[in-house]
Design a protein around this ligand. Structure first.
Ligand SMILES: Nc1ncnc2c1ncn2[C@@H]1O[C@H](COP(=O)(O)OP(=O)(O)OP(=O)(O)O)[C@@H](O)[C@H]1O
Length: 347
C-alpha cells in the first residue's frame, strides 16, 4: 500500500497541452476514480502514473519516493486495461505467472504459490489448468485481475476495465472489485467516463475536464454538491438555471424567486443548480414559499418514479417525482424547492 502524490503534472503532445498542472494526493488504500468526458486526459494521467508516458513538467511520488524517471517495472504498480488480452496459448495459471517470469521474481515454487494465492483471491483456483478460450468473459476478466495483483503491487491502476462487459456482468464485476479492494486494501486508481460507475465504486472521485481537475470529493459530495456548472452538468443530475442573485435570493427568468442556500452564494449573474429529485410538483394554486410556476411539457413513466419535463418561460427543467405525483402535459403546477437544495455557481 502506498500514498501516491502528483505534483503539478503537465503533459504536452507536440504543441497540445493535454494535462495542465495536475496536483493530487491519493492516500494509501483508497479507491479513487478518475472521471471525465472523453479526451479530458484520464488515460494519459494513468499512463503517467504507470510510467508508460513521461511527464513534460512536474513530478510524482509513490510512498514518498520520487518515481518521475523510474521505469514502469520498478514502480511496484500493476495496470489492467480495457482490452485485458490474455495469452491464448497459455493456461490460466501460466497467464497469471507471466509477469513474475518476466521479472524473474522469486523461485518457481514461490511463483506457483503466488499464482495460487492470486487465483484464490479472484475465486478461480479451480480453473487454473484451463485455457482462456474455455472461460467466460467475466472469468477472463478475473484472470486478468489475478495477473495484475500477482506481483503484489503497491498501486493498482485500472483503465475502464469493465467497459467491454455486458450490463449484468459489469454489475457483478463491480461488486467483485469492491470486495477485492476491501480484502486487499490496495491503493487503486480507476479510470471511467461513467458517472454511475465512479459514484458506486470509489471512495474518492476526481472529476476532470479538459486536462484539469474540476473537483475532488466523496461520491456524495460530487453528486450532491457539484461546485461548478461543468460538474453539475456532467453528473447529469441537475438542472442549470441562469438567474440573477442578490442578497441570497435568485430571480428566475420566468419571474419566480428562490432563496439560495447559504454558504454557496454567488451574487450577480449565476447559475442555479437544481437537482431533478429536489423539485416538488404541487397542484396549481398551492400557497407555498420558495416556489415558481411551471407548465408540464412531457411525462415519462419510469415505474417507481415519473420524469417530467417542465417549462418555465423559455426554460425547460427536468424533474424526477414519486409516481404518486401525477400530472398531465399542459397542467400548470407550482414547483417548490427547499432553500437548502438551491445552490448557485458562477455563470
Ligand atoms: N500519443 C498521443 N499523441 C498525441 N495526442 C495524444 C496522445 N495520447 C493522447 N492524446 C490526446 O490527449 C488527449 C487526452 O487523451 P486521453 O486518452 O488521456 O483522454 P481520456 O480522458 O482518457 O479519453 P477517453 O475516455 O476517450 O479514453 C486527447 O485529446 C488525445 O487525443
Amino acid at each position: 500500500m502506498a500514498t501516491l502524490e502528483l505534483n503539478e503534472i503537465v503533459k504536452s503532445f507536440g504543441a497540445v497541452e493535454v494535462l495542465k498542472s495536475i496536483s493530487l494526493t491519493i492516500d494509501s488504500g483508497r479507491f479513487v476514480s478518475l472521471l471525465g468526458p472523453s479526451g479530458c486526459g484520464k488515460t494519459t494521467l494513468l499512463r503517467i502514473i504507470a510510467g508508460l508516458e513521461t511527464v513534460t513538467r512536474g513530478n510524482l511520488r509513490i510512498a514518498g519516493r520520487d518515481v518521475t524517471n523510474v521505469p514502469p517495472e520498478h514502480r511496484d504498480i500493476a495496470m489492467m486495461f480495457q482490452s485485458y488480452a490474455l495469452f491464448p496459448h497459455l493456461s490460466v495459471q501460466e497467464n497469471v505467472r507471466f509477469p513474475l517470469r518476466m521479472r524473474r521474481q522469486g523461485t518457481r515454487k514461490d511463483q506457483e504459490e503466488r499464482v495460487r494465492t492470486a487465483l484464490e483471491t479472484v475465486q478461480l483456483a479451480h480453473l487454473a489448468e484451463r485455457m482462456p478460450r474455455q472461460l467466460s468473459g467475466g472469468q477472463q476478466q478475473r484472470v486478468a485481475l489475478a495477473r495484475a495483483i500477482v506481483s503484489d503491487p503497491k498501486i493498482l491502476l485500472l483503465d475502464e476495465p469493465l467497459s467491454n462487459l455486458d450490463a449484468r456482468l459489469r454489475e457483478d464485476m463491480q461488486v467483485e472489485l469492491i470486495e477485492l479492494h476491501r480484502r486487499l486494501g490496495l491503493t487503486t486508481v480507476f479510470v471511467t467516463h461513467d458517472q454511475e460507475e465512479a459514484l458506486s465504486l470509489s471512495d474518492t472521485v476526481v472529476l476532470m475536464n479538459a486536462g484539469r481537475i474540476e473537483q475532488v470529493g466523496s461520491p456524495q459530495e460530487i453528486y450532491a454538491a457539484p461546485r461548478t456548472s461543468f460538474a453539475s452538468d456532467f453528473m447529469g443530475s441537475a438542472n442549470l438555471v441562469p438567474a440573477h442573485v442578490a442578497d441570497g435570493v435568485a430571480a428566475l427568468p420566468g419571474g419566480g424567486r428562490l432563496a439560495v442556500m447559504s454558504g454557496a452564494r454567488a451574487d450577480g449573474a449565476a447559475k442555479l443548480v437544481l437537482r431533478q429529485e429536489d423539485l416538488r410538483m404541487l397542484p396549481a394554486g398551492t400557497q407555498i414559499g420558495n416556489a415558481f410556476i411551471a407548465t408540464v411539457d412531457t411525462r415519462i413513466f419510469l415505474g417507481a418514479r415519473i420524469r417530467y419535463v417542465l417549462r418555465v418561460g423559455e426554460l425547460r427543467l427536468k424533474c424526477l417525482a414519486p409516481s404518486a405525483d401525477f400530472f398531465s402535459p399542459g397542467d400548470t403546477v407550482v414547483v417548490h424547492v427547499p432553500p437548502s437544495c438551491v445552490r448557485a455557481v458562477d455563470a
